[in-house]
Design a protein around this ligand. Structure first.
Ligand SMILES: *Cc1c(COP(=O)(O)O)cnc(C)c1O
Length: 419
């Protein structure tokens, strides 16, 4: 690591040596106690029980129920299939209102089942779906709302629940970011008709690939359990349409091991967040999205908003500069789902009603955090950002005289290394 820059030529984008010798990623896996994991894997091999409602899966589901205080947990092979199963089990059809500022899995799960996602604008303070805008989008074809707790910060659950009740709509939350977070003192997971967590390798608790559906409804849980396993109620009895959404035993082993380190992962993320916060408050035009610390937070994402009018450089410039230094920042959720296919062809005018989403998608930059990054590295990243903003005018001038940074992973000419 050689983070100190004394002049513009020291910046890697202008030919200097990158600040970091190896890449710092957003969303590197948190791995808990490797020996505990390997013991569980050994045990499941000894039992010769690899999947299909095994003992590790059952233990994992019970642990989540206890942790979240929710009646039912149905672990699944990933959150996208989890969303799809919930969509089927609730009988969503016609149109469902969703944010555009989310990972594309949220609208894809709907569209895959022939339901039209109707994109809704966000509240710029919370980055979450704005209930007033949701209300304007309800039509006779609307069957539900899927809120996303973006960055683990809860949606305006009260307003959305009121709206859903008044209009007789189903309410689902994509809680992929919000495992172990609370809303008004209550753990996220028991809200709406159902909520879905993701335990993908990049999320803060992981099962390699995986997710979980949580709900307090007995009836819905029964339906979802059947659907997760092709609709099988017994060896030869199929009760409903279903799919294969099962979580395997090795995944549950990783999940249980992850849960044992949950408090440590949160502590590391909290430390990282406070370090970034302390060091970035003094940088004009760069604001760090705040967590509400009187609630339970997992501090999973470090989210900057770059205001070009104040910082002197824009988000894309800072992104390119940091990539050149080997800090692989991410522009989540640029450009917004409404600008991705098949949605932009289906509704090319959607951006006109998504002004806040459009604005935010151009300002946001996520920085590396998690157990794979050290305090010294965070301090070095902050010093880099401070340096760039301090010399913004000169940096901008120099950037305008050269082609855009052609990083092979960004241009799609080479694959990002595996998780
Ligand atoms: C990660 C993520 C998903 C998808 O989760 P998988 O487990 O990878 O299918 C869905 N929605 C959001 C908001 C996500 O961040």
């Amino acid at each position: 690591m050689s983070p100190i820059k004394s002049g513009l030529p020291d910046l890697a984008i202008f030919g200097g040596k990158p600040a970091f010798d190896s890449a710092l990623h957003v969303g590197r896996p948190n791995v808990g106690d490797r020996r505990a994991l390997l013991k569980r894997i050994n045990d499941l091999l000894d039992r010769n029980w690899l999947t299909n409602d095994g003992p590790l899966l059952q233990e994992f589901e019970q642990r989540i129920c206890g942790l979240i205080g929710v009646k039912h947990c149905i672990a699944v092979c990933n959150a996208t299939i989890g969303l799809e199963i919930v969509i089927k089990a609730l009988g969503l059809s016609g149109e469902v209102i969703v944010p555009s500022f989310t990972f594309v899995a949220t609208p894809h799960a709907l569209r895959w089942h022939g339901v039209t996602p109707v994109f809704c604008d966000l509240d710029p303070d919370t980055h979450n779906i704005d209930p007033l805008r949701v209300a304007e989008l309800i039509t006779r074809r609307t069957s539900g709302i899927i809120g996303v707790h973006v960055w683990g910060r809860p949606c305006d659950v009260g307003a959305l629940a009121d709206l859903a009740r008044r209009q007789n709509l189903k309410l689902v939350f994509d809680a992929a970011h919000a495992f172990a977070c609370s809303h008004e003192g209550r753990m996220i997971g028991g809200l709406g008709n159902a909520e879905i967590f993701s335990f993908h390798a990049t999320k803060f608790v992981n099962t390699f690939e995986g997710g979980a559906i949580v709900t307090n409804s007995d009836e819905l849980a029964t339906k979802i359990r059947l659907m997760r396993n092709f609709g099988f109620a017994g060896l030869d009895t199929v009760m409903s349409l279903g799919t294969n959404g099962k979580m395997s035993e090795p995944s549950a082993a990783m999940g249980l091991t992850s849960l044992e380190s949950l408090e440590r992962f949160i502590k590391v993320n909290r430390r990282n967040y406070h370090l970034y916060q302390q060091q970035l408050t003094k940088v004009p035009g760069i604001s760090l999205s705040q967590y509400q610390e009187d609630e339970k937070c997992n501090y999973q994402y470090i989210v900057l908003e770059i205001d070009e009018a104040v910082a002197g450089i824009n988000r894309d410039m800072l992104d390119d500069i940091l990539w050149a230094e080997n800090v692989l920042t991410r522009r989540y959720f640029y450009p917004g789902c409404h600008r991705m296919e098949p949605y932009c062809s289906a509704d090319p005018q959607a951006h006109l009603r998504l002004a806040q989403t459009e604005r935010l998608a151009k300002m946001v930059l996520c920085l590396p955090t998690g157990s794979a990054i050290s305090s010294a590295e965070i301090t070095a990243i902050c010093a880099l950002i401070e340096f760039v903003v301090k010399h913004a005018e000169a940096v901008k001038q120099r950037l305008s005289m050269r082609p855009l940074f052609p990083h092979p992973w960004k241009s799609g000419s080479s694959q990002e290394p595996l998780i």
